[in-house]
Design a protein around this ligand. Sequence first.
Ligand code: C5P
Length: 212
Amino acid sequence: MIIAIDGPAASGKSTVARLLAQRVGVPLLNTGAMYRAVGLACMDAGLELEDGEACAELVRGLDLALQPDGTVVVDGEVVAVAREEAGAAASRVAVHPGVRTRLVELQQAFGARYGCVAEGRDTTTVVFPDGDLLVFLAASPAVRAARRAEQEGHPERAEAYALELAERDARDASRAVAPLRPAPGALHLDSDTATPEQLVERIVAALEEVTP
Ligand code: C5P
């Protein structure tokens, strides 16, 4: 069973994916964690993160594994992917096609082996376009900004985040590599007015229709 969830930043993908994975009993494939681990590895190796060839070469030689419990192990060591610099490094290395090709291979192998709820940009369009169910989870910039401001403990920054998110959406939708785009046939959901639990219920209902 493979379910893929895509959508813009802070639309609630992670929360919904985690609850859904528990509900249907398959591991969560957090693709962002893999990009974060690669970003850190390239940084630790002293690479120029804009150098696509060097980053891709390092990734091809990296012993990188995502465990079914969600931990990312690189060369036998668990990587602390939540570190702040990991997110920034991830988005810089994620633009390189050679990096993406390798991670997509690993993600597809993970899905084939365990089944999964895969979460992240391009999981519906590139990694698992033939998944059992594809979900595009959207939310308005205002709601996403309020959510992010709350998570970061700075509710007063909601307006600034809303502007940032709108800019990032435009950039993500127009980028050449793995742009933000709903996959054909994806179930469109909106987290503005539904709780994560309600969204999980809708996904489970849709799943029952496609996998009787
Ligand atoms: O989701 P998360 O914040 O952990 O992702 C970190 C970065 O990795 C994203 O900002 C994005 O640039 C990149 N990424 C990606 N494709 C994915 C997952 C993450 O390009 N499937």
